[in-house]
Design a protein around this ligand. Structure first.
Ligand code: AMP
Ligand code: MG
Length: 490
């Protein structure tokens, strides 16, 4: 039996300027490291067949499955504020699209599958470490309920890639509701190709915002839709302590999914100005800057859409500004509502926002662990505050705050257990802590040992369950385990 991919490709039917047709470059000795079996089933693929050597060859780009129409997508982008008119898939190839069991169209893309016309000076390859990082973190984000690209498989290629040293090469099979980015629009905008922008916008509306088909002003509504999804997405990031690390416009998805896991990381101790990425020297993409940057990226998208809004430039700009103006309120509403759930409030009262801000301020001052403080606060709803207060350098700071919090929750009719259950449903026990991710990568790269990777992936699949047997995975790093810098490894 051969592996059957039920491809129904739509992007490769768009005009030739949207992509380059290019096949993956075969690799020496593909070996499957990980297959996401439930995701395979969701995509209508046979997981048993994907686990055969023939399946691994496909997932490594060694053979192209029937029905695939491999392309590298064209895009531009602002990288750290600097505009680059041509980026594109330099090391990724879109095999095609399938309709999943929920009826949603999904891209199946190989990342690290060889050079393309967009590779510039790059080798088109990926190293094993970053592939495992993306696999772990993207699947963790999905389990946390955050819109994200998914990881279907990781294979090692049997070849080395040269970075600072020679490293094992790998290919990630990435699944996304599409790989269309703000930078895709920018690619055509800088070329003043308004017809291409219209084609792209129509494709995006049909694919990601079908409710807008036939709307009176569809392109305005599209911008409003992307603004709303990005506002919600960034709020969700902040609520779990996620730092994307490279929020360039080419890494900003039009569908509202988290995309392009490079030097991303979850913070341990709460610190609004936290940065991990080694290349983010100015802190442009620091934790608390992410909403501002999302709006900046959306403003770049709006600029691309202006020609579709109106022939009168001034009118178009005013309309765009009006739509972008909704971002702040939408973000704040999602973020504040999320924080209220995190501290276990069922109702809304004056003073709540200040109470929550006081907790965050105390956490920052006391280097309290972001994840554990909220998780243990859920337990404090039924029990004493011992575990929560232990997160604070000066536990008395917490005690003062907790007194006010207890007085506030006492005003609500919900019982202690109900509150704990509600809080545990939004405050994860387990996040992909940096030191754990690094340890897993080291075991794989240095010792060809994937057992730690398997275990971490398994624990992170149920982040809201206590999983007492794996309690150590919830622990913050010891001082000598702290990972302060992450690298994109490209
Ligand atoms: P990223 O930092 O992964 O978002 O990539 C930014 C741009 O650089 C994209 O156009 C990538 O396709 C390209 N790129 C990154 N790494 C490589 C590589 N090893 N070979 C070719 N192109 C790459
Ligand atoms: Mg990218």
């Amino acid at each position: 039996m051969t592996v059957h991919f039920p491809f129904q490709n739509s992007y490769s039917a768009l005009p030739d300027s949207f992509f380059a047709r290019v096949a993956p470059t075969p690799v020496a000795a593909p070996r499957l490291i990980k297959l996401n079996r439930p995701l395979a089933v969701q995509l209508g693929l046979d997981p048993d067949l994907l686990e055969t050597p023939e399946g691994a060859a496909i997932l490594a780009g060694k053979t192209v499955p029937a029905g695939a129409d491999p392309i590298a997508m064209a895009y531009a982008g602002h990288q750290f504020g600097q505009f680059v008119p041509q980026l594109g898939d330099g090391r990724a190839i879109l095999l095609g699209e399938v309709i999943d069991s929920d009826g949603i169209r999904r891209d199946i893309q190989l990342k690290g599958s060889g050079p393309t016309p967009f590779s510039r000076r790059g080798d088109g390859r990926a190293a094993l470490g970053p592939v495992l990082r993306e696999y772990i973190v993207s699947e963790a984000m999905h389990a946390l309920g955050i819109p994200t690209t998914r990881s279907l498989a990781a294979v090692v290629t049997g070849e080395h890639v040269i970075r600072e040293t020679a490293l094992p090469g790998a290919v990630l099979t990435r699944v996304a509701s599409s790989h269309i980015r703000v930078g895709t629009f920018q690619f055509f905008a800088v070329r003043r190709d308004t017809e291409a922008i219209r084609r792209l916008a129509d494709h995006v509306i049909a694919r990601h915002y079908p409710e807008l088909v036939g709307a009176e002003r569809p392109y305005h509504a599209l911008l409003a839709g992307v603004v709303a999804r990005q506002a919600d997405l960034v709020a969700r990031w902040l609520l779990v302590g996620f730092i994307h690390g490279v929020m360039n416009t080419d890494n900003s998805s039009i569908s509202g999914e988290t995309i392009d896991y490079g030097p991303c990381a979850f913070m341990d101790a709460y610190n609004p100005s936290q940065v991990f990425s080694s290349i983010d020297e100015m802190g442009r993409y620091a934790y608390a800057n992410q909403p501002r940057i999302a709006l900046w990226n959306l403003t770049r998208l709006a600029e691309c859409l202006l020609p579709l809004f109106s022939d009168e430039q001034e009118k178009a700009v005013a309309e765009a500004q009006d739509i972008l103006g909704a971002f702040s309120d939408q973000f704040s509403a999602a973020y504040q509502a999320g924080l209220r759930r995190k501290v276990g409030l069922f109702t809304e009262r004056d003073g709540d926002d200040a109470l929550i801000q006081d907790l965050l301020d105390a956490m920052a001052k006391n280097q309290a662990d972001f994840t554990l403080t909220f998780r243990k606060l859920g337990d404090a709803a039924v029990d004493d505050s011992a575990d929560a207060r232990a997160q604070f350098m000066e536990p008395a700071t917490f005690d003062e705050w907790a007194g006010r919090w207890r007085a506030r929750i006492a005003l609500e009719p919900q019982g202690a257990t109900e509150r704990q259950v509600a809080m545990h449903a939004v405050n994860p026990m387990f996040i992909p802590r940096n030191h754990r991710v690094e340890a897993v990568i080291q075991a794989a790269v240095n010792d060809d040992n994937y057992a730690p990777f398997e275990e971490l992936v398994k624990v992170l699949a149920e982040p809201f369950e206590d999983q007492p047997h794996y309690a150590a995975y919830a622990d913050p790093p010891l001082p000598d385990q702290r990972v302060l810098r992450t690298f994109c490894g490209t």
